[in-house]
Structure formats: structure tokens, C-alpha cells
Design a protein. Structure first.
Length: 353
């Protein structure tokens, strides 16, 4: 009997997925014991699949949009669990768009990105992985991912090989996503050089250093700025730009889209609107950097209507509060969730250079 090699590989990744879904591992903050050869093969197989997506990747609703994860593996599993249906785990029940920043800051970047690569391999049309500013060498070399890999594979040459393999996949990730032709998703924001969706499609891959292209740089790094008009220097980050509500509305009209969804900034309530609901920021890492922020994901229905599901922050040592899930919020933010207030608070955003 001849067994097709794809069937063997599929079985391997099904088992790999099961290893990542063992709840005791995440509850106890245990590391998954990876073999170097398995991670290198994972990166190659993920690369082969991700190359099929365009730079502006498309997906149809219904879909769940997820913001920054930042190595918080236990919370990533909590987010998936919001979509459990009876005995079927949430990783299987929905389509997902992730807006980048899978690695750095948190302690389990390797688990987060390995799980998401595995899901992309197994379900390539159900998972869209968009690149964030931390999916670049000049950021994740210094903000946690490289050091995490080095701490787990103490041979520096082997650790660097693994780190480079993941970054080579990052170089091919889509830089933006389009949901149902009307909702544009990216990690950072818009750009003065964004005049059509074709401008995004024309960006060349692999894109090893997004800093060499102003449009790509802004899509990964830009921030909305309340009480601001047009585009200006992003003095907070020291890179890219800020933009006002006027240009958000102009670009939505120019691109014939109804909404821009982005991540990149901590929102204490999990999400926040801007430009009269033409843009929304979502952040999906609760208790980020010891702040007591909630996490949010955006659920977009087939007809384009949306709602948010939220997770409360929990104590990362005791997991106290892990059962305190806020399962649904309506799409109208309360006064405490407006962008001006969250941006002006010290806990609403972080400098990432």
C-alpha cells in the first residue's frame, strides 16, 4: 500500500496541532518541547502556503478579526475558546483574520506563531495571517522573539537559524487583507501614498525590510491622531506617520470601502472607533505589559454587520479571573472607549521602535 506523502504530512500537522491544544500546557505556562527540524519544516510548509496569498489578501465573511497577540499563548487559546461550538473547538468553527504582532513582548511567542502556522497549513483558506511591525527582523531581534528562541535552543547558531526561518516566512506575509471587498484590514494604518487598493497589491515580495518602502512602512506603523488633519510625523514612535479623521474618510471613499480595521495600539476596553466609525482599532492581548486592559476580537457577519467579543484580563501567575469572559458587546462604544481618551492615557499605547 502506497501512502501519499501529503497524507503523511497532514497527519503530522494534526498531531502537532493537538500538542498545542493541551490546555494544561497553557494553564501551567509550560513550554512545548520543539525539535529544531520540526520548526524548520513548519516554516518551509507555512511559507509554501502563505506564498499563495496576495500582498492584499482577500477573504469573505463571516470572519473573526484578531488584533495583537504578542506571545500571550494562554490568551490566544482563550480567544479561540470564545468560538467553541458544543464539542468543537473554536479553531475549527470560524474563519480568522489576524492583524500581526504574533511575537515579542510575551513569553510564548514560539507557541503562538507555531500554532498559527500550523492552522494556516491545515486550513489555508480559513486563516489569513497579516504581517505586523513586529514580524520584521529589526524589531523582533530586540523585543523578545530572538531572545526567547535563544533561551530554548542554547546553541546560538541553531537558534539564529530558527529565528531566520520564521522571519523568512514573515517576509512573504500579506501586508493587508480585504474582507468582502468592503473592509480593509492592516496592522498599522493608512498612508499618504495609498491611492488605490492596487498600490498595496503591487508591493513586491519578499519584503525583508519594510522601511525601504514608505507605503509598506505606514501600513505597518501608522497611527490615527485625534484632533489632527491630514498626515504628519509620528513623534511618539519616531517612525512613519499619524493621520487625522479627514483622510480616513477620504481614503474610504477613494478606495470604495466602508471600514478600516487595524491593531497596533493598546485599547483599554479592547477596541475603539475613530473617524465616525470609518476606522476601528482592536487589541487582542489582555493584561498587556501588566496593564489591566481587556482584549477584543471583531466578529463580522456574512451581511457585513459586526459585533465584538471581549476577554477580561487575568492574573498571569494564578490565572485568577480566567472564567470571567465577557462574551459579547454591541458595536457602539461607550464614552469610556473613545479613541481620544485611550490615546491620552499612559496605558493606551506603547512605543515600538
Amino acid at each position: 500500500m502506497v501512502v501519499h506523502k501529503d497524507s503523511v504530512k497532514l497527519k503530522k500537522y494534526e498531531e502537532f496541532l493537538k500538542r498545542h491544544m493541551i490546555i494544561n500546557n497553557s494553564l501551567n505556562d509550560q513550554q512545548i518541547d520543539y525539535k529544531i527540524e520540526d520548526l524548520l519544516e513548519l516554516c518551509q510548509d507555512a511559507l509554501d502556503v502563505i506564498k499563495r496569498d496576495e500582498m492584499l489578501a482577500t477573504i469573505s465573511p463571516p470572519v473573526v478579526v484578531v488584533g495583537d497577540i504578542h506571545g500571550q499563548y494562554f490568551d490566544l487559546l482563550r480567544l479561540f475558546s470564545l468560538f467553541n461550538q458544543n464539542s468543537i473547538h473554536g479553531v475549527f468553527t470560524m474563519k480568522y483574520v489576524f492583524l500581526g504582532d504574533y511575537v515579542d513582548r510575551g513569553s510564548r511567542s514560539l507557541e503562538c506563531i507555531s500554532l498559527l502556522f500550523t492552522l494556516k497549513i491545515l486550513f489555508p483558506t480559513k486563516y489569513l495571517l497579516v504581517r505586523g511591525n513586529h514580524e520584521t527582523r529589526n524589531v523582533n531581534r530586540f523585543y523578545g522573539f530572538y531572545d526567547e528562541v535563544l533561551s530554548r535552543f542554547t546553541d546560538e547558531n541553531k537558534a539564529r537559524t530558527i529565528w531566520l526561518a520564521f522571519n523568512e516566512v514573515f517576509d512573504w506575509m500579506p501586508i493587508a487583507g480585504l474582507i468582502g471587498k468592503k473592509i480593509l484590514c492592516m496592522h498599522g494604518g493608512i498612508s499618504s501614498e495609498l491611492n488605490s487598493l492596487q498600490d498595496i497589491r503591487k508591493l513586491q515580495r519578499p519584503l525583508e525590510d519594510p522601511n525601504t518602502n514608505n507605503l509598506a512602512l505606514d501600513i505597518l506603523w501608522a497611527d490615527p491622531a485625534p484632533n489632527y488633519k491630514g498626515f504628519g510625523k509620528n513623534l511618539n514612535r519616531g517612525i512613519s506617520c499619524v493621520f487625522g479623521d479627514d483622510v480616513v474618510k477620504e481614503i474610504c471613499k477613494k478606495l470604495k470601502i466602508s471600514l478600516i480595521v487595524r491593531a497596533h495600539q493598546v485599547m483599554m476596553g479592547g477596541y475603539s472607533f475613530f473617524a465616525q466609525k470609518h476606522l476601528v482599532t482592536i487589541f487582542s492581548a489582555p493584561r498587556y505589559q501588566s496593564e489591566w486592559n481587556r482584549a477584543a476580537v471583531m466578529v463580522i457577519n456574512k451581511d457585513g454587520k459586526y459585533k465584538f467579543k471581549l476577554l477580561n484580563p487575568i492574573d498571569t501567575l494564578t490565572k485568577e479571573g480566567s472564567k470571567l469572559l465577557i462574551t459579547q458587546a454591541d458595536s457602539t462604544p461607550t464614552a469610556s472607549l473613545n479613541l481620544t481618551q485611550t490615546q491620552n492615557s499612559s496605558s493606551s499605547q506603547t512605543k515600538e521602535k
